[in-house]
Design a protein around this ligand. Structure first.
Ligand SMILES: [Zn+2]
Ligand SMILES: [Zn+2]
Length: 330
């Protein structure tokens, strides 16, 4: 695989020394895409943008269906908060606006930046899965830690008030709300997704953009699922206990404090930013074991969730009332 930045005018030149008979179907399609577009910068930019749109909205579709199907309501974390079609449509418009106005212009920089860091883009064949799996795992761990600290910074008065407040519009989130955020937040938290691969590439000089796409696809699944608002018995967090999942992030939206990480539970556990959440879960489990009738349980659960959300509103107001140079709240 040739990983040096090529100097070329025609895309055919890129593959002059590639043996196409040794490529698998996906690698052949990959090369065909670069040959068809004829300009690697546009080919990478367009593919990155399309990947993001298809994976993000594609992953949201099952959640839209689930929200519209009463059968699934028993697994909704905040059962009285099913998003309306209007709410979902308003959110979609805002997310699309941000994708086209903010992400699309930036995404064109991706190819030049990737090549600057020595990342392979148009090259085929891809690295083996034995090489890519540890890379993707590393990006997950890095992003989770980055997000944990950056997200807490976004809860600091001025940053919350001017940036992160938009994402907290929904105390009971739904899949589409994953990227409902201020453009600055998209940039700040998006940095955690892309700095891992760039840093890795800078040090190791051995990364294919295909591995980055695998990572981004899984990261988008994680983000949409974490905002879904559902905790099924088969949700990943019941298989991998350190996986955060919707049950973890839903609490962040509802209670405003606690649970700042994305993919994993360990950062919040280590820094004690999940105390309130753990107490809530303990009370919830007690409630489930208390032998109440279905109606009594629903009423008690509703009361408990309303109390958590009301406390969250107070906490958010305190942060928003932050005054420069003073921690006194209004
Ligand atoms: Zn937050
Ligand atoms: Zn969120």
């Amino acid at each position: 695989m040739n990983s040096t930045a090529p100097s070329y005018t025609s895309a055919e030149v890129l593959y002059a020394s590639t043996d196409f008979s040794k490529l698998n179907w996906l690698e052949t399609q990959w090369a065909a895409w670069y040959l068809w577009i004829g300009n690697p910068v546009i080919a990478t930019g367009l593919m990155s943008f399309l990947l993001h749109e298809i994976v993000y909205f594609g992953r949201c579709l099952p959640w839209i269906f689930i929200d519209a199907t009463p059968y699934f309501q028993k697994w909704k974390l905040q059962p009285d908060r099913i998003p309306t079609a209007q709410e979902q449509w308003d959110c979609t418009k805002q997310v699309l606006y941000s994708h086209f106005m903010v992400e699309l212009p930036v995404i064109w920089l991706f190819h030049p930046v990737a090549e600057m860091f020595g990342m392979s883009t148009w090259q085929v064949p891809f690295p083996s899965w034995q090489i890519m799996v540890p890379q993707v795992a590393l990006f997950f761990v890095f992003e989770d830690m980055f997000h944990f600290f950056a997200h807490q910074a976004l809860h600091w008065g001025p940053l919350y008030k001017h940036i992160h407040k938009i994402h907290h519009k929904y105390p009971s989130p739904f899949g589409l709300a994953a990227e409902y955020a201020h453009p600055a937040e998209v940039m700040i938290l998006g940095a955690g997704t892309i700095l891992g691969p760039l840093g890795y590439c800078y040090i190791k000089r051995d990364l294919h953009i295909f591995a980055v796409y695998v990572w981004i696809t899984l990261r988008l699944f994680q983000a949409v699922d974490a905002h879904s608002g559902y905790d099924f018995p088969w949700s990943l967090q019941h298989i991998l206990p350190f996986w955060a999942g919707a049950e973890h992030h839903d609490f962040h939206h509802m209670a405003f404090t606690n649970n700042f990480a994305t993919s994993f539970r360990w950062c919040d556990r280590l820094f004690g930013t999940d105390i309130k959440y753990l107490e809530h879960r303990r009370r919830m489990n007690e409630l489930k074991k208390s032998g109440l009738s279905r109606e009594q349980f629903a009423a008690a659960e509703k009361k408990m969730l309303e109390q958590v959300e009301a406390e969250g509103v107070v906490e958010a107001a305190k942060v928003e009332a932050y005054r420069y140079g003073s921690k006194k709240v209004a």
